[in-house]
Design a protein around this ligand. Structure first.
Ligand SMILES: Nc1ncnc2c1ncn2[C@@H]1O[C@H](COP(=O)(O)OP(=O)(O)OP(=O)(O)O)[C@@H](O)[C@H]1O
Ligand SMILES: Cc1cn([C@H]2C[C@H](O)[C@@H](COP(=O)(O)O)O2)c(=O)[nH]c1=O
Length: 208
């Protein structure tokens, strides 16, 4: 069986940067790596990016924003295909799967949108749990600075409020899911990478 690792965090926390470094770290040690992300690059992920991440107005009834329930269902559908067509087959082939976002993003973000946490957990019950889910924890002020939000100034405060709720939710999830660990995302890129590698060596490689 392979190794499944997930990187989580608010927008701009450094997930993509760390995922690429971690993939190289494993490849240098002879592992075959599948580097993936959610939303995926499949038709589901493209639909989500078109309907949800562009403000959720395109193609929706009378231009209204997509409902939070529909948003959660779309992310879950994308994840169901991701698990069935890529994650499970890759693990069965003994590969290392590193995903930039997964099930925990749905809990942190859709919960922040006011949806019921138990419903979100139940909706995603098909999602196999990773060997390790690393939360890159970053203050929202630093996140917004890093991303230098391309949104309208008027949206800036709204996004910051959501990101604060999402960060709080992530910290609550760490208490709920034993596979989650926190890494301080304010450190240097190299130090964060070393922290993540340390967790992998301690929590996974020593046990295999
Ligand atoms: N430890 C760090 N210190 C300072 N800047 C960083 C650090 N890690 C990443 N960055 C920078 O922050 C920005 C966001 O990084 P990255 O795209 O990896 O984050 P992300 O979590 O994948 O973002 P998103 O969720 O919005 O896609 C990039 O410009 C990146 O170079
Ligand atoms: C998987 C997933 C993601 N989201 C949100 C989180 C981010 O704001 C975007 C994805 O942007 P990225 O720059 O590609 O990371 O989608 C979500 O709300 N729910 C989810 O399940």
């Amino acid at each position: 069986m392979g190794i499944f690792i997930v990187l989580e965090g608010i927008d701009g926390a450094g997930k993509s940067t760390q995922a690429k470094m971690l993939a190289e770290w494993f490849e240098k040690r002879g592992y075959e790596v599948v580097l993936t992300k959610e939303p995926t690059d499949t038709a589901f992920g493209k639909l989500i990016r078109r309907l949800v991440l562009t403000g959720g107005r395109e193609g929706i009834i009378d231009g209204a924003r997509i409902s939070h329930e529909a948003e959660a269902l779309l992310f879950a559908a994308d994840r169901a295909e991701h698990v069935d067509k890529l994650i499970c087959p890759s693990l069965e082939a003994g590969k290392v799967v590193i995903s930039d976002r997964y099930f925990y993003s749905s809990l942190a973000y859709q919960w922040a949108r006011g949806l019921d946490l138990e419903w979100l957990i139940d909706l995603n019950r098909f999602a196999i749990r990773p060997d390790l889910a690393v939360l890159l924890d970053l203050p929202v002020k630093e996140s917004m600075r890093r991303i230098n939000r391309r949104s309208l100034k008027s949206e800036f405060d709204k996004i910051a409020v959501l990101q604060r709720k999402v960060r709080e939710n992530y910290l609550k999830l760490v208490e709920m899911f034993p596979e989650m660990r926190i890494v301080n995302a304010q450190n240097s890129i190299e130090d964060i990478h070393n922290d993540i590698v340390g967790l992998i060596e301690e929590e996974i490689l020593k046990k295999t």
